[in-house]
Design a binder for this molecule. Structure first.
Ligand SMILES: Nc1ncnc2c1ncn2[C@@H]1O[C@H](COP(=O)(O)OP(=O)(O)OP(=O)(O)O)[C@@H](O)[C@H]1O
Ligand SMILES: [Mg+2]
Length: 457
């Protein structure tokens, strides 16, 4: 077996271990991810003198993947299998560029760059900030908001930035700074970063081109974006140009969405200006609909209750079991998330899910903007230890009311342990009216109908 198993192999291994079930509806997506894995880790064919003179061959472009479908079908799960298993050690760095670089340019002899493993020399394999400037810190502390990103955020995830530790495998050369990098993040976060970078490049003639060039100079090869969703006119207006630059630089896009490309930004303002973005996605990505009947998230959520009371010695283990049943992992225990530069402790977080203690969320200087951020970023939130709140805890109660409103409005799945049934959670007077709504919402949020709703992040 290869040192770097294909996504379908990793999937089969998980099925054999009993970690997940074999779903034939997911196989076409796995086949696409296998295609990408192979293409990205196979040296491009050597080209003759004429080919080198003509520059990069667009036929070498590796089509990306736009995987779309209903909620809970396993899209995120599968692109994570792909991303996590993509070896940096052999990741093809070179993609086609529009025109050959001059042979006397910064990168040296371009013909060298056309060969496997001999890309143009880069600076120290540093990371880049959204602004495209080099940033030599380690992978763990790059962006202010990084803590909110479940699991994978890094440029070249898993690879220490400043001095790459050689990962030696039998017969395989150590990682080469000339090799490609991968990045996996959430679409919203990515767009926030692009806007931030645009501010940093304000005044330049073609800031988007400069930003994307910066990514390529840092050898970004594969960009995995979870939950492609366009509702913001600012994003819509710049996506066509951004995608055009990215594809021209040979960056391979792998993305998930709940909508077909044709339905993105469907009723948005000035949609005509967004249409080229759709055309680009369709030209540069294979579009695949994940046609599965099983909403695995709903199945896991309704397998056992999502609300447990009163609080006792079993509350915590129960929440821990639910965390794992829902697909949570232990990679980020007690990691914290950062919202607007402030840290909120968490018990655990992973892609799309986060687990808090009540005190961390409601006893302290938290407010609506924190809760909006959480409700937007995570489709499933676990809250442990909700107490019965009397008149002395009105501040916490008020925050809890706001928290539930935000989670409810965005149809976030809530799993919690509390000291009483919802109508008895508030024992004070001043907030009794507002808390009635909260109690009613908490009850509704336990229902299969509510859990069926699509997260509106
Ligand atoms: N074949 C499978 N067997 C068991 N569990 C699965 C399988 N595929 C996915 N899951 C689990 O189902 C849950 C939902 O999957 P995932 O989050 O990938 O859905 P999604 O398609 O990305 O949904 P959304 O559109 O809401 O983001 C996860 O906990 C995941 O681990
Ligand atoms: Mg998903």
């Amino acid at each position: 077996m290869s040192a770097w198993p294909l996504p379908s192999q990793r999937y089969a291994d998980g099925v054999a271990r009993g970690d997940w079930q074999d779903d034939p509806a997911q196989h076409p997506a796995l086949a696409e991810l296998d295609r990408l894995h192979r293409a990205l880790t196979t040296p491009p064919p050597r080209r003759g003198m004429l080919g080198r003179l003509l520059g990069a061959d667009p036929a070498e472009a590796i089509p990306g993947l736009y995987l779309w479908g209903g909620v809970g079908r396993g899209k995120t799960f599968m692109i994570d299998l792909f991303h996590d298993g993509l070896p940096l050690e052999v990741l093809r760095a070179e993609g086609p560029t529009e025109a050959p670089l001059p042979s006397h340019g910064r990168g040296g002899d371009r013909s060298q760059g056309e060969r496997w493993g001999e890309g143009e020399p880069t600076a120290e394999p540093a990371l880049i900030r959204p602004s495209g400037t080099f940033h030599p810190e380690g992978a763990q502390s790059r962006h202010a908001g990084e803590g909110t990103e479940p699991r994978h955020t890094g440029w070249g995830e898993g690879e220490p930035a400043a001095k790459p530790a050689p990962i030696r495998r039998p017969g395989i050369a150590p990682p080469d700074p000339k090799l490609g990098r991968k990045r996996r993040t959430h679409f919203h976060r990515f767009m926030r970063e692009v806007h931030e970078a645009l501010r940093a490049h304000a005044g330049e003639r073609d800031p988007l081109a400069a930003i994307v060039r910066g990514w390529r100079e840092a050898r970004l090869r594969v960009l995995v974006l979870d939950e492609f969703f366009v509702s913001d006119i600012g994003d819509a207006m710049l996506l066509a140009r951004l995608l055009e630059r990215m594809f021209a630089e040979g960056i391979v896009l792998v993305t998930t969405s709940n909508a077909a490309p044709q339905d993105l930004y469907r009723d948005g303002l000035q949609r005509a200006r967004f249409l080229p973005a759709i055309a680009l996605i369709e030209r540069h990505c294979h579009v695949l609909y994940l046609e599965s009947d099983t909403d695995y998230r709903l199945r896991a959520l309704t397998r056992s209750p999502v609300y447990r009371s009163p609080l006792d010695a079993q509350s915590d283990p129960w929440l821990d079991t639910r965390w794992h049943e829902l697909g949570g992992d232990d990679a980020h225990r007690d990691a914290g998330i950062e919202v607007d530069g402030r840290r909120i402790p968490v018990r655990a977080r992973c892609t799309g899910m986060v687990w808090f203690d009540f005190d961390a969320l409601c006893e302290g200087p938290r407010g609506a903007s924190d809760y909006i951020h959480i409700a937007t970023e995570f489709h499933t939130v676990l809250v442990g230890g909700v107490p019965v709140m009397d008149g002395h805890r009105d501040d916490a109660a008020r925050r809890f009311v706001t928290l539930i409103d935000e989670l409810y409005d965005r149809s976030v799945n809530l799993v919690c342990t509390a000291d009483a049934e919802p109508p008895l959670l508030y024992a004070g007077e001043r907030l009794a009216g507002a808390f009635e709504r909260t109690a009613s919402r908490l009850i509704e949020m336990r229902s299969a109908e509510y859990l069926l709703r699509e997260h509106r992040g």
